[in-house]
Design a protein around this ligand. Sequence first.
Ligand SMILES: Cc1cc2nc3c(=O)[nH]c(=O)nc-3n(C[C@H](O)[C@H](O)[C@H](O)COP(=O)(O)OP(=O)(O)OC[C@H]3O[C@@H](n4cnc5c(N)ncnc54)[C@H](O)[C@@H]3O)c2cc1C
Ligand code: SF4
Ligand code: SF4
Length: 831
Amino acid sequence: MNRILELNVEERWVRVQPGLNLNEFNKKLEPHGLMFGPDPSSRDMCKLGGMLANNSAGPHTLRYGSVKDNVHAIRLHLTTGAWLTAETLADGDPATGALLAAHPPLAETLALVRKHADLIRSRKPKVSKNSTGYNLFGLVDGLDQGIVDLPKLFVGSEGTLGVISEATLKLVEKPTATATALIHFRHLEDIGQAVFDLLTLTPMALEVMDANTLNLIGRAAHGVPADAAATLLAEFDGTRGLSIAAILEQVKAICRKYRLCQDPTIAVEKEHQEQLWKARNALYPTLYRYDAKKKPINYVDDVVVPADRIAELVQYLSTFFKHQDVNVAIFGHIGNGNAHIVPLLDVSDQHDFEAMVAGYHEIHQTVVTRFGGSICGEHGDGRVRAEFVPKYFGEELYALFKQVKAAFDPRTVLNPGVKISTTPFTEHIDYARLSKPCATCGKCNSVCPVYDVFQSEDMSSRGWFEIVTAPGYEYLNSKRVVEACVNCKSCRTICPAGVDVSDLILQRRAEHPNKLAGAIFAWQGRPWLFEPFIKLLGRTQGLWDRPLPRRVMAQALAPLLRLLAPTAKLPADMVLPRLAPRLLRERHAELTEERGHHGTVAYFHGCAANYFQDGVGDAVIAVLRKNGIEPVLPRQRCSGTPIETYGHMDRVKAYARFNVESLSRYQTVVTGCASCTLALKDAPKWFSGEERKRAEAVATKVKHISEFLANGGLKAAPTKPCPKTVTYHSSCHLRAAGVSKPPRDLLKRLPGVTYVEMRDADRCAGGAGTFIVKDYDTSQKIFERKRAAIRDSGAQIVATSCPACMIQLKNGLRGEVEVRHIAELLREAYE
Ligand SMILES: Cc1cc2nc3c(=O)[nH]c(=O)nc-3n(C[C@H](O)[C@H](O)[C@H](O)COP(=O)(O)OP(=O)(O)OC[C@H]3O[C@@H](n4cnc5c(N)ncnc54)[C@H](O)[C@@H]3O)c2cc1C
Ligand code: SF4
Ligand code: SF4
C-alpha cells in the first residue's frame, strides 16, 4: 500500500496509498518541483495513512497548513462493509443526497451536525491548530458555505471511523531556494515580540527551543552559547516578492532590536541548513540519551496557545516544572503557538508518577482556561489525551462525538480506546518499553537496507532491537531475523538516542558463532597456509573464473556455503574481485616493517587491499608518496569486521590487541578501507583500563586516506584533468566513523571533474563485506536502489572509499558505470 497511483503535475495533485513514507513521497515529487506541505519531524518514518489519521503538521504548517488543509479526497472502508469516497460536495446536490443515502452513518452524522451547528460553532477552538476531538467544526464551516466538506471529518479521526485506503492530496511548489536563520536570545521575554516581527517576513517555518531543551540536548555539542535563554530557527524562501538576500537583511535588522547572545547564524547552503535543523528534528529521541532512568514522557506534549502568548506559556511551564522538581524540554512550532512539552521522568518512581498525573490535569486545564488554547495541535488524542477530551469540549459536544463514533463503528472495532474513551491515560503506560534506551522513533528503519527490501517490522532495525532485548529472547527462535542484519551500522549513525542495534545483534550472534566461518578465519589466521592458496587462486584466475568452471564451482560449493547460511551462494555470474598473484606486502616489500622500513605514517591496508589486486593498495601508497610520505606497512591482523559478523569475538579482540600494539608506534595510521577505519576507531570498545587508553590513543591517529588528504595531507596539487562526471557512493562504515564530507571535498578538487551528488548516496549498497555471499539475493535487491540512483545521477564514474563496496558496485553495474576507489582517481590525477 505504498504506491503513488496518479500524479497530475500541472494541477498539482496526487493520488496515493496510505503506506507511503513521507520522505520517500517527497523524493519522488522532487523531480517535478513539487512537495507535500505538512512535514512532521517524524518524516523519516511516518506514513501518509498515519498523517491523514492524525491530521499531522510540522514546521512548514506555518506556510502550508496541516494535513486537513491539503486533502482533496480520501477513500475509506467503513465497518458497514462499504467503500466511501469522501470529498467536498455541494450541499443539496442530488449526488450528495445519493451518497448520504448510500451511507447511513454519514447521513446520521450530517443530520447531527446540522441540528447542533450552534453548539459546535460555540466550542470551536480559537487557536491556529487543533487535532483534538472530531472535526465537526470543519463540517459546520463547510455547510455555512454551502458545501459538505467530508475530508474534514475523516482527517484527524485517528482511524476510529474507517480505514483509509487512498487519498488525493494537494501538492505545493517546492521552493527553489531557502535560507535558515538560527537566533540565540539572551532573554525569553524578547521572544514574543521577535516572533511577531519575524512573522511579517512570512517565514516558511518558525521554531523555538527553550533554555532547558538546549541544556538537555547539550549546548556544546550543538554550538549553543551558555547564556542562551531560548533559540529560534526561522526558514525563509524567496517566493513572496522579496529575494532571499533582501529577506535575510531584514532578519538581521530585526535581530538587532533584541538582546542576542551573538549575531544570528545564517545558512543558505542545503547542507548547512540541514545541519541547523538536524538537532531540532531529532529532539525527542535525543532526550532519551540524557538519563538511563528518566525518560521523555509524552502526556502534555502538544498544546497550542495564541502565537503571541508562547513566551508567557514557556514562563508558566518553567515555573510549574521547577516547583515540581522535574526536568522538562519545551520546544515547538512557535509561529503557530504549538508547544511540545516533554518532561523527563521515571514513571515507576512514586514522586515522578504523581508529578505526571498532576501536571497532566493542571497544564491542560491552564492551557484551556487561561490561554484559550487547545490540548492537541498535531499528535492526535490517542489514548493519552482521550480522557481529557470531554473536559476540553464539555459533555454536550462530547456526547455528539460519541454519537458520531457509534454511527460509524457501533461495535467499537476501529482503534478502541483511541480518542473516544474515558480510561485514564496512566492505564496505558508501557513500563517495559520505558525501561529500554530506544525511543521507538523509527529513524533507524528509514536507513536500514534490509527494511527497505522487506518493508516489515520484523526485518528492520527497530524491530530487531525489540526482538533481541525481549525478555524471552532465544537465538534459535529468532535466527532468521537476527542473521538478516548486514551490519552496515547505518542505524547507529542515525540513532539520536545513541542505540547501536547492530552491536546488540552482533552480541547475540556471538552466543552462536558460525562454525564454518570460524574455520575459515582460523585458516586465514595462519598466513603461511592461507596466503599461498590466495596467490594460487590469483595466478590461475584466468582459468577458473570462466563461465563453465564457475558453474561447476557454484554447484560444488553450494553444500559447504549452506553451513554459512541457508541463503549463502556464490553464483556463477557474480563478478569476483581479481585475486592477487603477489600480495600487496610482497609488491611493496621495501615498505614493510619486517624489512626494517620505518617512519611516522603507517598504512593499514587490511585484508582486501592485500589479497585483491583491485588497485586500491597501490594507489594509496602512490598518492602518499606523491605527498612526500613513504608509508610503513606495519605488521597487522584483520581489523575484525567480517569476523565479528560471524560471532567470533575472541578472535576479534585478540586481533584488535595485536593491531593496537603494532600501530601505537606511529603518529598517523592511514587506511584505505571503510570497515578497517571504523574497526580501528572502535577498537577501545574491546578493552578496559590501560589497554583501553592505548586503544583510544591509536583510534585518534586513524585517518581514512580521504580524511588524511582533505584535512591538510594534500601537499601536492593533482594536475592531470579527468574530464568526467563523478558521483560518490558513501560507504556506511566510513559514515559511521564520522567521515562523510572529506571524500566529497577531495573529489570536487580533482581537476576537470564535474562532481554530482547522487540521490541515496548515503544508503547501503548491500555488499556489506561477505553479506554478498551470505545472502546474495537480498544483497542484490538492496543494490537496486543504488543502481537507480547512480543511473539517474548521469555520472560516468562512481567513486567510493571502500574495496568491499567496490565488489558490490562492480558486480551490480557490470561496466555500465566505471567504479573507482577515491585513491585510484587521485593517483591518476597525479600521473
Ligand atoms: C520523533 C517523533 C516526532 C514527531 N513529530 C511530529 C510532528 O512534528 N508533527 C506531527 O504532527 N506529529 C509528529 N509526530 C507524531 C506522528 O509521528 C505523526 O503524527 C505521524 O504523522 C503519524 O504517522 P505514523 O506513520 O507514525 O502513524 P502511526 O503512528 O502508525 O498511526 C497514527 C494513527 O493513524 C492510524 N492510521 C494509520 N494508518 C491508517 C489508515 N490507513 N487508515 C486509518 N487510520 C490509520 C493509526 O491507527 C494510528 O491511530 C512525531 C512522532 C515521533 C515519534
Ligand atoms: S534504535 Fe531506532 S527506533 Fe530506537 S531510538 Fe534509535 S533510531 Fe529510534
Ligand atoms: S546495521 Fe544496517 S542492516 Fe543492521 S540493523 Fe542497522 S541499519 Fe539495519
